[in-house]
Design a protein. Structure first.
Length: 136
């Protein structure tokens, strides 16, 4: 019996399919979800999410958010998500550099803006790490 996986961001539904397994980066480490998993609500952090279907593995990078497992349904609500194939390393590196430069000027910055910039950096680092692992 397969899992139904749905990944949603504020902008769009990024992924929706039936899968065999999913591995999610949580604040306490990675967790693997198989069909029949117990109900679960967990906080996720920026990192690599792996989906296995028919013996093939697909990689996505997700930002912080939450994951819920109910029966054989997995819902991921994340600030951001992107399929590994769509990552443009040069653009991501530029975004990371801009966010780091902005943080150096944080002496009068709103705490919410600091948190947003730190999130941009974490998501950028996760994208670069995922893409570089696939190249090797």
């Amino acid at each position: 019996m397969p899992l139904t996986l749905e990944i949603v961001t504020p902008e769009a539904r990024v992924y929706s399919d039936t899968v065999d397994t999913v591995v999610i980066p949580t604040v306490d480490g990675e967790i693997g979800i198989l069909p029949g998993h117990i109900p679960l609500l967990t906080q996720i952090e920026a990192g690599e999410l792996r989906v296995t279907k028919n013996g093939s593995t697909e990689f996505l990078v997700i930002g912080p958010g939450f994951a819920e497992v109910q029966g054989d349904s997995v819902s991921v609500l994340a600030e951001s998500a992107i399929n590994e194939e769509k990552i443009d390393v040069d653009a991501v590196e530029e975004a990371r550099k801009r966010a780091e430069a902005a943080l150096k000027e944080k002496f009068d910055m709103d705490p919410g803006e600091i948190e947003r910039l730190e999130g941009v950096i974490r998501f950028a680092v996760a994208q670069i790490a995922t893409k570089s692992r696939r190249r090797n």
